[in-house]
Design a protein around this ligand. Structure first.
Ligand SMILES: C[S@@+](CC[C@H](N)C(=O)[O-])C[C@H]1O[C@@H](n2cnc3c(N)ncnc32)[C@H](O)[C@@H]1O
Length: 273
């Protein structure tokens, strides 16, 4: 009986914010298994390629159009090649992955998406902050400023989201820091709201600064940040002194009994709105 034709596979690999040791094991395995690795030097560090096997074809996505990349996926389908397409952070966010994924599906080539550490979680870790703090912020809005090459859908302007007053992670917005400040204030954040500004987080050039909305624009301009920069904004970034119910001795769940006195004290607390 003739051997079955080799089947190709395209894996969209989330490679994290840059540092090679923030790859997941699954991501490293997908790169190691690949016949072709597509990556961008500006988005992830070169050590990521140390996982690639000797002889693997390495392509720089910076010089490739969507059509060029799809031609590689066609080759994968035809010749049974395994392709690892590396994306920065998590491929679910601003990666242009859906258009590629849909073309792979149309080509009939097997696909997989490997999630990655997004830059917003990497920056929160570097800043030593939890983004959801009891009674302060229980939501995180991931967004970007409108007005660049990609228009914002109606109702998704920063000023609209700012009305919630919760934690925001702002991607792709450093080049228009004046507009960013205006929209954050129009939405209702006080000028004193804490901000973390992170440039090239997890890279050797990393710069992570704390400021407020009032000083955001001057901070960005002083350090000439216009790309590879992420902002975390919101009161949670400076909040202390609250505690979660989850680890309160008066809280019980399937694996832990509540201490009766602590339970009574917890129940006597004013209900949270
Ligand atoms: C095209 S988006 C890709 C986002 C990526 N998928 C993620 O999950 O982080 C690029 C933007 O992500 C943010 N970003 C990505 N990596 C970063 C890093 N290492 N440091 C700071 N910001 C970063 C910046 O806002 C940058 O303009």
């Amino acid at each position: 009986m003739a051997d079955a034709a080799p089947t190709g596979k395209v894996t969209f690999v989330g490679a994290g914010p840059g540092a090679a040791d923030l790859l997941t094991f699954r991501a490293a395995r997908a790169i190691a298994d690949a016949d072709v690795v597509i990556w961008a030097a500006s988005l992830v560090q070169a050590e990521v390629l140390e996982h690639a096997r000797e002889g693997a074809e390495i392509l720089d996505s910076a010089v490739l159009s969507l059509e060029d990349v799809v031609a590689v996926y066609e080759r994968a389908a035809r010749d049974g090649l395994k392709v690892a397409r590396i994306h920065s952070g998590d491929p679910a966010l601003w990666g242009g992955t859906q258009e590629q994924f849909d073309r792979c599906v149309a080509l009939g080539v097997e696909t997989e998406i490997v999630p990655g550490v997004s830059s917003f979680s990497a920056v929160a870790a570097i800043a030593g902050r939890e983004l959801t703090i009891p009674e302060v912020a229980q939501s995180v809005i991931l967004t970007r400023l409108g007005g660049g090459k990609t228009p914002m859908p109606p109702g998704e302007e920063v000023r609209e989201f700012a009305r919630h007053g919760t934690t925001m992670a702002l991607f792709l917005s450093a080049a228009r820091s004046g507009q960013l400040v205006r929209e954050l204030l129009e939405g209702g954040y006080p000028t004193t709201t804490p901000v973390v500004v992170a440039y090239q987080a997890t890279w050797p050039e990393e710069l992570v600064l704390s400021c407020t909305i009032e000083t955001l624009e001057e901070t960005v301009k002083e350090h000439r940040l216009w790309k590879h920069t992420l902002f975390l904004v919101g009161p949670a970034l400076a909040a202390h002194g609250t505690r979660s119910h989850l680890y309160h001795p008066g809280h019980f769940h399937g694996f832990r009994k509540a201490a009766p006195e602590a339970r009574a004290a917890l129940r006597a607390e004013k209900p949270r709105s």
